[in-house]
Design a binder for this molecule. Structure first.
Ligand SMILES: Cc1ncc(C[n+]2csc(CCOP(=O)(O)OP(=O)(O)O)c2C)c(N)n1
Ligand SMILES: [Mg+2]
Length: 335
């Protein structure tokens, strides 16, 4: 597959931006005492990058708890994302969402999501809207190998197939759901095999190779835009760190396995593939790494200089459950 120079630069810039956001932003978030888990997508950059390269701001994606890469690939500003992680008002969700609730409707980003596979019905709903209103938009539902076993995914795949919805089901199979290996939990050899049960194409690709992802995603998006219905795309990838920042992955996987996947790093593979072609030089790639580093320093500065939400706005923009709502209105539950 021949890609032009602009697309090559775009793919690498997106991947290195995601990598630097994870490597720099996550430890900084930890140092600012934010509560809640943060999940790094380092190692998985090629998947959202190769897929979102086919999408416009009008198209939709639904994301996961490991969703920073999805946001960046869909065009959400990393500076604003950093502010969201730090709990600042300048974040896309005014600092009240944090890592697992980053949504930006101006980019078609329906939200990172703390509920496993919950992106799927959101994306299918968006695809239904697009079809009913003849908007010509497609939706991508990202979920993990653990998410692949959630009932809601199967209901959604069935309905999307029956109604021929413009949606791509994208499984980021990183080998583990928390500490459970995919081989233990999956009934089929591959997640992609399950597509047959819903009469849609099921493709398994090397999720460390952005070109492989790009090509398969291109076909799935084209099929969706042509009104031919959904596809299932399984991208085999690997997360470099623990499930969350609190988890030691060596308690359930080996150093050898980690080293193997690090040797297949998506940025490294990109460099090996692209350098001989001569369209982009190694110096240019190095320069983009530096730019990404600088962007993260700017983002951290921007986030630190942004205010926290005001105390009197604490109940705004958030779902307030019944007891909290009563408390807010000064009603004592103990009476
Ligand atoms: C409905 C639901 N069940 C359980 C959890 C707890 N949980 C959070 S992440 C996770 C594992 C998800 O694994 P996978 O889908 O493979 O995504 P990965 O973390 O590997 O990216 C679980 C069980 C949850 N958040 N939501
Ligand atoms: Mg997983």
């Amino acid at each position: 597959m021949e890609l032009d120079r602009n697309m090559l630069l775009y793919l690498y810039r997106t991947m290195t931006t995601i990598r630097h956001f994870e490597e720099r932003g996550i430890p900084e978030t930890g140092q600012r005492g934010m509560s809640g888990s943060v999940h790094s997508s380092a190692g998985q950059e090629a998947v959202p990058t190769g897929i979102c390269a086919h999408l416009t701001n009008e198209d939709y994606i639904g994301s996961t708890h490991r969703g920073h890469g999805h946001c960046i690939a869909k065009g959400v500003d990393p500076k604003l994302m950093m502010a969201e992680l730090f709990g600042r008002v300048t974040g896309p969700n005014k600092g009240k969402g944090g890592s697992m609730h980053i949504a930006d409707m101006s980019k078609g980003m329906l939200g990172t999501n703390g509920v496993v596979a919950a992106s799927v019905p959101l994306a299918v709903g968006a695809a239904l809207t697009s079809k009913l209103r003849r908007l010509g938009r497609v939706a991508v539902a990202f979920f993990g190998d653990g998410g692949a076993n959630q009932g809601v995914l199967h209901e959604c795949m069935n309905l999307a197939s029956v109604w021929k919805l413009p949606v791509i089901f994208c499984c980021e199979n990183n080998g583990y759901a928390e500490s459970t290996p995919v081989e233990y939990a999956l009934s089929t050899a591959r997640v992609a095999d399950r597509a047959a049960g819903y009469d849609m194409p099921g493709v398994h690709v090397d999720g460390m190779d952005v070109f492989d992802v790009f090509e398969a995603a291109g076909q799935a998006v084209q099929r969706a835009r042509a009104g031919e219905g959904p596809s299932l795309l399984e991208c085999r990838t690997y997360r470099y760190y623990g499930h969350t920042v609190f988890d030691n992955p060596l308690s359930y996987r080996t150093q050898e396995e980690q080293d193997y996947w690090r040797g297949r790093d998506p940025l490294l593979l990109f460099r090996e593939r692209v350098a001989p072609g001569g369209l982009v030089s190694i110096d240019e790639l190095d320069f983009m790494d530096l730019e990404a580093q600088e962007l993260m320093e700017d983002a951290i500065r921007f986030a630190d200089e942004s205010p926290l939400p005001a105390l009197e706005e604490i109940y705004e923009d958030v779902y307030v459950d019944y007891p909290l709502d009563l408390m807010r209105r000064g009603i004592n539950l103990e009476v």
